[in-house]
Design a binder for this molecule. Structure first.
Ligand code: NDP
Length: 245
């Protein structure tokens, strides 16, 4: 398998961290993006200690200039971008009637606009290379809605819509850019920390404590899509705990 330059947002914990470490262990060059510098530094050092290659760039995906700096870091360091994983996200679920407008704004900004900014910051680069691959993190919630998950589900449905539009446009353009959506179920990460409604958080944590599986399982699925031969695009993977209904 040839070495790839792989940019990952939301790389400071959970699914992003697990994916970065796995793909680095397979010989790829990783560019980590998120807001918490100390975590990014530690993860980059862990990767290097195991003989891998990683750099990081403090990135806030709600800010287009910041996302462009992440792309620039990849280009300045490694000279190309083969895979861009739009993974940063949060899940402050609540009932619409609770009117948590700030949480709605944050989810739309990070989960939805963050994906668009990632595409905007890297699409010209991939088109110039005549190859590339987007991995966009949606969710099982990108397929279903439940009480309390309206806005989170809306942002994750949007990730599916944006990804499918991007897939069709790039296939039509013949740009050799692949698009993969990864849609996880309950995964044991820090995601539930973003829930601001205490009752919802406790209920969700209870569910996660019972069912959630390791982010390594998700990373393995992503590696499968990334390592697929260039003429085959794995367009979506849904992965959830075997016992999750
Ligand atoms: P974590 O909370 O562990 O990771 C979320 C990541 O997003 C962190 O690295 C965080 O870094 C980053 N992030 C949040 N806001 C921003 C921002 N404004 N700019 C840049 N980075 C940001 O949770 P997961 O690993 O679970 O989440 C990763 C993705 O997986 C999310 O999109 C989530 O919706 C999705 N997902 C998760 C599921 C689960 O059960 N865990 C199920 C389905 C989907 P920092 O705070 O340092 O910026």
């Amino acid at each position: 398998m040839s070495k790839k330059v792989i940019v990952i947002t939301g790389a400071s914990s959970g699914i992003g961290e697990a994916t970065a470490k796995l793909l680095a262990s397979q010989g790829n060059q990783i560019v980590l993006g998120a807001r918490r510098e100390s975590r990014l530094k530690e993860i980059a050092e862990d990767i290097k200690a195991l003989g891998g290659e990683a750099v990081y760039q403090v990135t806030d995906v709600v800010n287009l200039d910041s996302v462009k700096e992440l792309a620039k870091k990849a280009m300045d360091t490694f000279g190309r971008i083969d895979v861009w994983m739009n993974n940063a996200g949060l899940m402050p679920q609540s009932l619409l009637s609770d009117g948590k407008v700030e949480d709605w704004d944050r989810m739309i900004d990070v989960n939805q606009k963050g994906v668009l900014y990632g595409i905007n910051a890297s699409l010209d680069i991939m088109r110039n290379q005549k190859s590339g691959h987007y991995v966009n993190t949606s969710s099982v919630a990108g397929h279903i809605v439940g009480p309390g998950s309206s806005v989170y589900s809306a942002t994750k449905h949007a990730v599916l819509a944006i990804s499918e539009g991007l897939r069709q446009e790039e296939a039509q353009a013949g740009s050799n850019i692949r698009v993969t959506v990864i849609s996880p179920g309950a995964i044991a990460t820090e995601l539930t920390n973003s829930i601001t409604d205490e009752a919802v958080r406790k209920g969700t944590e209870q569910f996660y404590n019972e069912f959630a599986i390791s982010p390594d399982r998700v990373a393995e699925s992503i590696a499968f899509a990334v390592n697929a031969p260039a003429d085959a695009a794995i367009n979506e993977i849904i992965i959830r705990p075997s016992r999750q209904v």
